[in-house]
Write a protein that binds this ligand. Structure first.
Ligand code: ATP
Length: 912
């Protein structure tokens, strides 16, 4: 079907060709058939690495290769048991590495499916939201500003539609679209103005199209350039760790070479020393680090998903932990976005409206909406007509006869809640758009956008052409010349203007969101552009409540405790913003700390830079102002999280350190510009994500501390022994074993450790801070040295007490393993010792330590393993000695911390 030149056919013929009713869409049966015939609407993306290659990749490390070669040589020379064991350990190591890497890849894949794009379509006469992958040719897609076109379409409705097609044509100026058929079949793609192409972006207007090609049949599919995915970017920390890994490799190699040379020089056999040296290098190089970091990031990200925050760009996870300012929209993020009209002002009179939620039942006190002469009636009529929302019941559009159905199903709205509230208010007075539209027909629309802060529609009826306008009261009033009263239209003099603004302020002070409605009779030949919004007749003000989210209030308290400043940025009126901000605790008592869009305009960038640090609320701002605010905050060294939903918010969201978009109400463009999507549009979710971000970073620090101090301990044991001219305390095979039992499971378990309880009582971390900052390097150095010296001490003492070499080595070997298994519990917290951290709080860690203990005991006691690992059974005094040396430091430090933290009375904010 796709070979057709759809642009030269009238749109109705295109719909016919696809056997679809433009007002109803396809039936589900038809959709299923077409899905089988045409396949999913997806561009083929590159395949992931095959698991076999991921596994083989574990052996590509240079030192592992050297060890493999050495093992083969030793096998050939007759040390078969040794060779097999080393091979086995290497394979188990590779399996562990493989599991880590494979899990990391899989979790990243599942994240991608979470951010998969969606589309709005008509199916069986009902508007539904579906994954864009399920679109089929013939589907009717509904689109508005901010949407990415999900397949190739032929426009069948285009209200001021403009599309940015640079992804396809390179042309960055938006192209205006229409539904009219073109004449020339050879019209180049860029000029086919009645077509919409997959991947391009609607920047203005509203419309619908019939899908003519999907997946690889689309123009984009043919070019096959774009993939819809989470970006696989490495985080700065991952990059820094990769760098660190390289240094560690060099240092380890140098030290290991030294161990080999000194050993040989002291008379040990070259081959034995070589094997020990290479094994030490394998053990000392933290090859598991990158994979564990990825797993920690991916698992943290999944924990965020459970808390409704979907991360699109991995680096944001780290930046989240550094956030110092969270700038949030008001409507829907800090408030519930479930609006109900409470007061209507018209003809110098305030009318109270009763009722709950979206249920169109309620009373009017103070005015009579039933009298058509009453301006209140006209205000409700304008509100109902200048409106694109739909009242629904059980998710089904309520129109005509069904509207009075008495079934007990909840009322809802489809579309903008502000407009929904207006529809409900009108319906309470028996005014329904569907009934009005039997007498007048909509001819045009100038859609709402946050910069214009208003919306207009043009209707044609028996009495001629009329414009109905609604928007922010200050904006609308500026466009009004007259006012509708019960006596007719009168001139809008200064006194009347002031009375209206006074009524507006009164409503706004009660935290009501206020919209003004106005209208005008148009000349038949008037153009359908913004000029129809001039010389309007003011009709009324509608004030609606939008209750704050309770969770947002709590989250704001958490923010303050965590050293993060919450900031509200809203397009709403100053007084409404102030009232809501005070209720939520963003603004304390005084009204200082508020800036309006108008004030902002008069500030230079430098002045704004000074002001931003003391401002908590920005009212009546436009999306452009948001960009200036982000920049000013960043100039002050702040790490800024900024929310956005509309298409115009995308630049600010992109500029912020952590761009946050709305999963429910956000546009595709903003989602794509953002680093994180809030599935529930809730402010509290951002704070939860910050908490998780801090926890992930903490966990990474935990296992880096663990891995590096353990590795340092291993290297020091061997290095000091050779320096002091002692016999080798550990054999190659034993070193590899230590590496396996300690670096494997316990380190992985630390990566998924729970969060510290003081996590949101600390100030944010500085973004440029080194991973070793706040004393981590010292901790690693001191503990690594303790582990090394402890192991040597046990070895030397055992020899001194007359234990034979086999027994002394077994004791050193076990001391090294158990020192690490004790130390893993120290690493759970940087501020609290083993007596305070809750030893059993992480079941994975407990299980990992138990498994490692059992593994070590089998190596010491099972005769076949004794033969391979060159160990001997130990007596109880030997175990007593080993466990004292291995566990002593953890117990002593734990006790000292317990005393210190209890002394200070507050363990939650102790640091260092
Ligand atoms: P936020 O707090 O998230 O910025 P907001 O709704 O207050 O949300 P905008 O969406 O930019 O901010 O709206 C700005 C102003 O435009 C609102 O205060 C209101 O007066 C007016 N407005 C909002 N929605 C509509 C609409 N659908 N039609 C006409 N005017 C609207």
């Amino acid at each position: 079907m796709r070979q057709q030149a759809w642009h030269v056919l009238p749109w109705i013929d295109v719909a016919k060709a696809f056997e679809v009713h433009p007002g109803k869409g396809l039936s589900l049966k038809e959709v299923n058939q077409r899905l089988t015939e045409f396949g999913q609407n997806m561009l083929r993306t590159k395949k992931g690495t095959h698991p076999v290659f991921v596994f083989l990749g574990q052996f590509k490390d240079f030192m592992v290769l050297v060890l493999l070669a050495a093992t083969i040589v030793s096998g050939v020379l007759g040390e078969v048991a040794d060779a097999i064991t080393i091979m086995a350990i290497l394979i188990v190591n590779a399996v562990l590495g493989f599991i880590q890497e494979y899990r990391a890849e899989k979790s990243m894949d599942s994240l991608k499916s979470l951010t998969a794009p969606e589309a709005r379509v008509l199916r069986d006469g009902v508007e539904v939201r579906i994954p864009a992958a399920e679109l089929v040719p013939g589907d009717i897609v509904l689109l508005e500003a901010g949407d990415r076109i999900p397949a190739d379409i032929r426009w069948i409705q285009a209200v001021n539609i403009e599309v940015e097609e640079s992804a396809l044509t390179g042309e960055s100026h938006p192209v205006a679209k229409s539904v009219l058929a073109l004449t020339d079949e050879l019209t180049p793609m860029a000029d086919r103005v009645n077509m919409g192409y997959m991947g391009t972006i609607v920047v203005n207007g509203r419309g619908a199209g019939v899908v003519v090609a999907t997946g690889m049949d689309t123009e984009m599919g043919i070019i096959a350039g774009m993939i819809q995915s989470v970006e696989d970017e490495e985080t700065p920390l991952q990059k820094r760790l990769a760098q660190l890994g390289k240094y560690l490799v060099l240092i380890s190699l140098a030290v290991c070479a030294l161990v080999v040379i000194t050993g040989v020089w002291r008379g040990e056999g070259f081959y034995k020393m070589f094997l020990a040296g290479v094994s030490l290098a394998v053990a000392a190089i933290p090859e598991g680090l990158p994979a564990i970091v990825t797993v920690a990031l991916a698992i943290g990200v999944q924990r965020m998903v459970k808390r409704k925050a979907i991360v699109r760009k991995l680096p944001a996870v780290e930046t989240l932990g550094c956030a110092t300012v969270i700038c949030s929209d008001k409507t829907g993020t800090l408030t519930q976005n479930e609006m109900t009209v409470r007061q209507i002002y018209s003809d110098r009179r305030m009318t109270a409206v009763t009722g709950q939620g979206y249920d169109p039942k309620g009373e009017f006190h103070g005015g009579d909406p039933m009298t058509s002469k009453d301006p209140l009636n006209e205000a409700l009529k304008v509100a109902a007509l200048c409106n694109n929302s739909i009242l629904t019941r059980k998710g089904i559009q309520v129109a005509g006869l069904f509207r009075s159905s008495s079934k007990e199903s909840p009322w809802g709205i489809e579309g903008d809640p502000t407009e929904g509230a207006l529809l409900v208010a009108a319906a309470k007075a028996g005014i329904w758009r569907e009934t009005l539209e039997r007498k007048e027909e909509r001819m045009g629309e100038i859609p709402f956008d946050s910069d214009r802060k208003r919306m207009s529609v043009i209707y044609q009826g028996k009495s001629g052409k009329r414009a109905y306008v609604k928007g922010a009261p200050d904006v609308i009033l500026r466009l009004c010349k007259a006012e509708l009263t019960s006596e007719g239209i009168v001139e809008l003099n200064d006194i009347r203007r002031r009375t209206i603004m006074h009524a507006n302020d009164e409503m706004a002070r009660k935290a009501l969101r206020v919209l003004a409605v106005a209208e005008r009779q148009l000349q038949e030949d008037e153009k359908d552009d913004e000029s129809i919004e001039e010389n309007l007749v003011f009709v009324g003000l509608m004030g609606m409540i939008d209750p704050p989210r309770t969770s947002a209030g709590k989250a704001i308290k958490v923010c303050r405790h965590a050293g993060i400043k919450p900031v509200m940025i809203t397009g709403d009126h100053r007084l409404t913003a102030e009232a809501v901000a005070q209720e939520l605790g963003i603004l304390r008592e005084n009204s200082q700390g508020i800036l309006t869009g108008a004030e902002l305009e008069y500030l230079s960038d430098e002045e704004l830079e000074k002001k931003v640090m003391t401002t908590s609320v920005y009212a009546r701002v436009t999306p452009k102002d948001k960009l200036r605010i982000v920049r000013a905050l960043k100039k002050n060294g702040q790490v800024v999280a900024m929310t956005g939903d509309g298409v115009n918010d995308a630049p600010a969201v992109k500029e912020a350190d952590i761009g946050v978009s709305m999963g429910k109400t956000g546009t595709d463009v903003t989602k794509e510009a953002s680093a994180m999507v809030l599935a529930d549009d809730n402010f509290a979710t951002i704070v939860a994500a910050v908490e998780e971000g801090r926890a992930i970073y903490d966990n990474i620090r935990k296992f880096i501390r663990y891995l590096l101090s353990c590795n340092l301990g291993e290297v020091l044991t061997m290095f000091l022994a050779t320096l002091l001219g002692l016999p080798l305390p550990l054999l190659a095979i034993q070193i590899l074993w230590v590496n396996l039992v300690t670096d494997g499971l316990p380190a992985m378990a630390l990566g998924v450790d729970g969060m510290d309880k003081d996590i949101m009582s600390r100030p944010p971390r500085a973004p440029e801070e080194s991973i070793f900052a706040r004393g981590l390097a010292q901790k690693i150095g001191i503990r690594g040295t303790m582990i090394g010296l402890g192991t040597l001490f046990v070895f030397v003492t055992a020899l001194f007490l007359g234990v034979n070499m086999l027994g002394a080595r077994t004791m050193a070997f076990s001391t090294l393993v158990f020192s690490q298994l004790f130390h893993v519990f120290d690493c759970k917290s940087e501020t609290r010792g083993i007596f305070e951290v809750g030893l059993f709080s992480n079941p994975y860690l407990v299980a990992a330590v138990l498994i490692s203990t059992l593994m070590q005991l089998s190596v010491v006691y099972l005769p076949p393993l004794q033969a391979i690992f060159k160990t001997a059974s130990l007596l109880s005094w030997q175990w007593g000695f080993i466990l004292t040396v291995a566990g002593g430091p953890s117990i002593l430090i734990g006790l000292w911390r317990l005393v210190k933290n209890t002394w200070h009375g507050d363990t939650s904010i102790a640091r260092g």
